[in-house]
Design a protein around this ligand. Sequence first.
Ligand SMILES: [Zn+2]
Length: 454
Amino acid sequence: MMCGLEIHVQLETESKLFCTCHTNYQEADPNTNICFVCLNQPGAKPYPPNKEALDGAVKIALMLGCKISPKITYFMRKHYDYPDLPSGYQRTSIPIGYEGDLNGIRIREVHLEEDPGQYKPDMGTVDFNRSGIALIEIVTEPDMKSPEEARKFLRELIRVLEYSGSARGEGTMRADVNISLEGGKRAEIKNINSIKGAYKALQFEMVRQKNLLKRGIEIKQETRAFLESQMITVPMRLKEEAEDYRYIPDPDLPPMLADEQNVEFIRESMPEPAHIKTERFVQEYGIQKAHARVLTSEMELADAFEEVAKEVDPKFAALWMRDEVKRVLYYNKLTFKGSGINAVQIVDLLKMLQDQKITTKAGQRIIEKMPHNSKMPRQIAEELGLVGLVEDDTVLQAVHQAIEENPEAVSDYYEGKKKAMNFLIGQVMRLTRGKADPSKTHQLVEQELGKVES
Ligand SMILES: [Zn+2]
């Protein structure tokens, strides 16, 4: 199969694309963030395009490896008839960037559009708060070969958008996917609002088309809608040809000359995109790609890792940040940024671990206390009484006690039940309040049980 995507996401701007109305439509009462311009009233002249939106589009295009249109940019009117669009046309720019690439999927173009209002067919009402908000549209070539590949691409794209700081996330995503199987025509699926939806729609469509082809039925070129509630696609209308939209340049908006200096400024100040950072981490720190992906899942986490790696062995840091820091963030449903944990704190913790001032177990407990906590791990460790590895004598004593108190586990051990060993180690950990070194404990328990048997 071949699959291409067209993805719309709202840009993160203070005001709309062609007027000064606010973009916080989700918090505002319906139809309060509006003016004559974004209501598309006859004769209302749009303001010049929002610079924040234009720069954001250029930044995202650059982060996707696109070439930037070197000449003039202008807006077209794309005509269609729907209640959310009183003027009967949507303003959409010519490509701002083109010929990009994201992990081997070619990006055909990136352009700007204005969002229409929100039509609610069941109520017969339209809310125009959303109308005129700047959207970025990213169009790929049909380079994806499976629903899994499309899902992977979308996840990576959302990471790029999040890194850019110029776009809103998956929550504002609307995607159209096109799919064709060998021997069939191309179908386009609209109304997809999530990565999961795109995956399900493609899966459904692939099976549907395969079954038709198997039965010798021709696949029509058509547009289908995805019904999220049922995870199926249904026919919508015959595919509109491009000329149906009767594109014309918008005479209310003068063409803009590309400002090369501005583009260069954006290129130099933009963040390194997640997919490129991932590759660099593998090269520079010698860590596995899967680990690098976790560390770059959030820009702030990636930045912190690089800070930590200046002071602590990068592989050791990667292990702790990927496993333990991420575990605690996940458990508390926090982002790294939202957790308030900083690189200095992580360095402090990792140094204690490296110097064997605390055990692994103690390290894990300290990390659990770190979100929303300005204390240094050293102080947390002292407060919890976790500083200092317990001396071998004490551990040995605890081992003896654990063996004496748990004859059942001991006999299980001799019967070859592996779990018994873990249980006994757990008992030693409990008796030493987690201060014993786990591998040392394992060794001692084995040694002492060996003695008992002989
Ligand atoms: Zn407005």
